[in-house]
Design a protein around this ligand. Sequence first.
Ligand SMILES: Nc1nc2c(ncn2[C@@H]2O[C@H](COP(=O)(O)OP(=O)(O)OP(=O)(O)O)[C@@H](O)[C@H]2O)c(=O)[nH]1
Ligand SMILES: [Mg+2]
Length: 244
Amino acid sequence: MTGTYRIALAGNPNTGKSTLFNLLTGLKQHTGNWAGKTVDMKAGYFSHKHKEYEIIDLPGTYSLYSNSIDEEVARNYIVFEKPDITIVVLDATSLERNLNLALQVLEMTDRVIIAINLMDEADKRGIVIHEQILMKRLGVPVIKISSRNRTGIEMLLDTIDRFVSGAITTEPLKVVYDAVTEEKIVSLAEKAERIFQGELPARWIALRLLDGDERLMAEIAKRFAGRVEDGVRTGQGAVAERSF
Ligand SMILES: Nc1nc2c(ncn2[C@@H]2O[C@H](COP(=O)(O)OP(=O)(O)OP(=O)(O)O)[C@@H](O)[C@H]2O)c(=O)[nH]1
Ligand SMILES: [Mg+2]
């Protein structure tokens, strides 16, 4: 599979991820049981401008914490499998609510394209979306599409192409917290960076530690067994460094 780029589709439930997935992959897809998970993620394939892509249709979720198996599956794929691009599919008719998840993904990776789907429905309702302003504020490409009417898809594909070719650089919006919290984040992120050396997003790890996300910490301990010997301690929000 060398030379195959990996794309993940993330987003709230019912934003049209599977519709976009089917549109891009046609019949080249299969469902698979992914290691240790009870839900299926769907993988499909397509090519565009002589490049090959594997695309993963992640379960729809309202957040990417550890509230459900679906959230864990989606979060684990983005953070541990590190796709070349995560496309966050948003519903144009409820953008404000949908942006919550987009911001969470931007904390996890800078390899993000935002696709605002259901533009046909938004147009019908007279909803105007200024994607250029959103693009500037969010620091990643924002493309308006309608998976149902197949509009904006060429633009999305070209953006994907330029993204993996290195022609697009992103600078995701970083949510800045109050001074006391930021101090903790920075200090924890430094430790996480020393431990994971770029393999995991350090600031995001720090945020999850401060939130006491024990299921994530258990997942990290499992995946990085040996390196993070007794895992990562929550509670005091400290990253254990004993094994280094
Ligand atoms: N009007 C309109 N409807 C759309 C569009 N894309 C998808 N839909 C509809 O939205 C509904 C949900 O689409 P899905 O593709 O199943 O959404 P999903 O994001 O995969 O949903 P989950 O798997 O539950 O997360 C379906 O009825 C689609 O036909 C679009 O661009 N415009
Ligand atoms: Mg779906």
